[in-house]
Design a protein around this ligand. Structure first.
Ligand code: GLY
Length: 346
């Protein structure tokens, strides 16, 4: 088992990573909180698998919200439903909310916890690889609006994150592979040893270490730039073109991990085109080995148009994350004109 602490501006997050951590939930919570009430938010995919086991851990009466699974529920209406359940359960600021699920559950519940009573305690229990290595750590919470994804949110660190790597063995391969895109990202931006680890034929037996290495990078980056004003942008390697591709596909054709994989390969091509190390083949091979796509399935003009709406865009440049050499990420201010030329030349 590994333990990491993330010191945020107002909150210290304790992160435990290991096989079987789930069965220690009550113990870890008792070490940190003194709740008289606990409310669990989960979704319709995760509830049948883990909710009963989780509730059985506690002597208290646990109340629950089970939301229908799916990104389309990541909205203010779902948050309002959670507020209503928290109010009905009479949670106070000394009580605790648990987010049990993947990224959607974590983001929505984190936002509800950040805003209910102006902030109540939250513990994240991520159940997908993507949420274990990325979204459950670092305090980004939020929901989508009809106008766009993640347009409403808050930075709100979970005080406790319990990452049970045993849960990964029951994930469908497609969901597991989705998270591998983020794992590859961490290897590229900070620690190529991760790429070695995931290249071993039996790497799935080593997920505790692999997840730990990724979360450690995220912890270090977030601790230096909690509110995403500079360094934290490096966590977006592959995400700029990735988000554009997700958008062109109406957020249904490609999963997030698939889009990030394509985005990392495209970013590698752009890096090579402006004279940096050519990592295209290496990143392509890694993504393909983990069941991820690497080719843009849309016309490059459509991708460029979607890129113009990127949050990392300034008036006439876009902050593009490039890797050079492998294990080092740089924030490159790329003029839009150059980006257009390079993308459409591919
Ligand atoms: N998922 C990127 C970040 O947390 O900043």
């Amino acid at each position: 088992m590994y333990h990491l602490s993330l010191q945020g501006s107002t909150t210290k997050s304790d992160i435990y990573i290991g096989a079987g951590i789930f069965s220690q939930t009550a113990k870890r919570i008792a070490e940190k909180f003194k709740p008289t009430r606990i409310h669990v938010v989960t979704d319709s995919n995760v509830a049948p698998l883990y909710l009963r086991e989780l509730c059985a851990e506690f002597p208290l009466n646990i109340t629950t919200t089970v939301i229908p699974a799916g990104e389309e529920r990541k909205n203010l209406e779902t948050v309002a439903g959670i507020y209503a359940d928290l109010s009905e359960a009479e949670l106070t600021r000394s009580d605790l909310v648990i987010a049990l699920g993947g990224g959607v559950v974590g983001d929505i519940t984190g936002f509800a916890a950040a805003t209910y009573l102006r902030g109540i305690h939250i513990c994240q229990i991520p159940t997908t690889l993507l949420s274990q290595v990325d979204s459950s750590v670092g305090g980004k919470t939020g929901v989508d609006l009809p106008q766009g994804k993640n347009l409403v949110g808050a930075f709100y660190q979970p005080e406790l994150v319990l990452i049970d790597t045993d849960i990964l063995s029951s994930l469908p391969e497609r969901i597991f592979n989705d998270g591998m895109a983020e794992v590859i990202k961490y290897g590229c931006i900070s620690n190529p040893d991760i790429l070695e680890l995931i290249s071993a034929p039996d790497f799935k037996n080593n997920m505790e270490r692999i997840v730990y290495e990724c979360v450690q990078i995220k912890r270090d980056v977030v601790q230096q730039d909690e509110h995403d004003t500079g360094l934290r942008m490096i966590l977006n390697f592959g995400h700029t073109i990735g988000h554009a591709a997700e958008k062109v596909g109406n957020f249904t054709a490609l999963s997030h991990g698939q889009a990030v994989a394509i985005g990392m390969v495209q970013a590698a091509k752009l890096g090579a085109a402006i004279g940096e190390a050519d990592l295209t083949e290496q990143i392509t091979t890694l993504c393909q080995a983990h069941g991820l796509p690497t080719e843009l399935p849309y016309p490059t003009e459509e991708i460029y148009t979607a890129l113009l709406h990127d949050k990392k865009r300034d008036a006439d440049t876009i902050n593009f994350i490039l890797v050079h050499p492998l294990g080092t990420a740089n924030i490159h201010k790329m003029p839009l004109e150059q980006l257009h030329q390079l993308i459409t030349a591919q």
